[in-house]
Write a protein that binds this ligand. Structure first.
Ligand code: UDP
Length: 297
């Protein structure tokens, strides 16, 4: 991707606001100090062990059990439960455990949200990347693929479909559920609203999950600032879907679609077509792997 656009040195280090108190994320020594005043890893480990040992009786069956057995009660109730239930619109006991496994727990003073060696935001934004990828390629917007499928498929040797896989197959095995988002943007006449790109609001009483302040992704020096509140909601047929809801019910439906797709000439890719909670780098990896397979055959 660096062939298309250089990346800056942005490091994601969200801060959580729980009822007015601030905590560093992901869960690390800074968070443990803010929660309990502890200063050493062994003090922090003792508290987490004390709070989590009674939850470690069996293999975690859902997100709540997974989180309680991993980080204990204080962290779960202050920093995970409210955020998770808002984000997914479901009880944490009805959500799969793997969602929370993406968050690291560290006994070092390290607020980097990710463990990857390389991290950054494309300089000038993701439009630079998509612009680079599409250079020299004809693009038509505002086209309903399903209305004109035969003619559109006829234009190409291969079709890559990145929309909802259940819609592609006319919902024949039933609808898959997706979570959507409403973004509320505001331009403020101040230079710096929150001092960080991302602040999560982890209490269930606040209807949005996080506030983004865009200039901090790019170290902007503008006199004004733009913020966005993210309100999660259930995606419907009309609302744009963002996240697959990978619980057992949806996953077993998806397997039926996947089986059908494996016999199809169309290539399915991305969060909606593979019904998978992909991160950006995983999407790029999956696309490269698929392309390689295609050209090698
Ligand atoms: N999460 C949480 N508290 C937080 C941030 C994340 O409990 O303050 C959990 C929550 O279950 C969420 C998951 O971690 O669904 C992944 O969140 P993240 O913000 O990393 O996902 P993104 O929306 O950026 O893909």
């Amino acid at each position: 991707v660096n062939d298309f656009v250089p990346f800056n040195r942005y490091t994601n280090s969200p801060v959580a606001n729980y009822k007015g108190s601030l905590f560093n994320l992901p869960f690390n020594m800074n968070t443990f100090h803010q929660l309990w005043g502890v200063k050493t890893p062994s003090e922090a480990k003792n508290i987490i062990e004390e709070q989590s040992k009674k939850h470690q009786t069996k293999k975690p069956q859902n997100l709540e059990e997974q989180a309680l057995s991993l980080v204990g009660e204080d962290i779960y109730y202050k920093l995970i439960k409210g955020y998770t239930e808002k984000q997914w619109g479901r009880k944490a006991t009805e959500l799969p455990a793997f969602i929370i496994k993406r968050l690291p727990v560290r006994f070092t003073f390290d607020n980097n949200y990710f463990n990857d060696s390389y991290q950054g935001i494309p300089i000038g934004g993701y439009n630079e990347l998509t612009g680079g990828l599409l250079e020299g390629i004809d693009v038509q917007l505002g086209v309903n693929y399903f209305k004109d499928k035969v003619a559109l498929d006829g234009m190409a040797h291969k079709t890559v479909f990145t929309g909802k896989i259940d819609e592609y197959y006319g919902y024949e095995f039933g609808k898959l559920e997706y979570r959507g988002l409403r973004f509320a943007h505001e331009v403020l006449d101040i230079e710096n609203f929150q001092g960080n790109a991302v602040i999560n609001y982890t209490a269930v009483e606040i209807p949005y999950t996080r506030i983004l302040e865009h200039k901090h992704f790019e170290f902007g020096q503008q006199k004004k600032t733009v913020i966005t509140k993210e309100f999660p909601l259930e995606a419907s047929t009309e609302l744009e879907p963002y996240y697959p809801i990978n619980n057992d019910k949806n996953n077993s439906k998806y397997l039926k679609y996947k089986n059908k797709a494996s016999k199809d000439l169309v290539i399915f890719g991305g969060r909606l077509a593979e019904y998978k909670y992909y991160d950006m780098h995983q999407v790029i990896g999956a696309a490269l792997a698929k392309t390689k397979k295609l050209f090698d055959n």
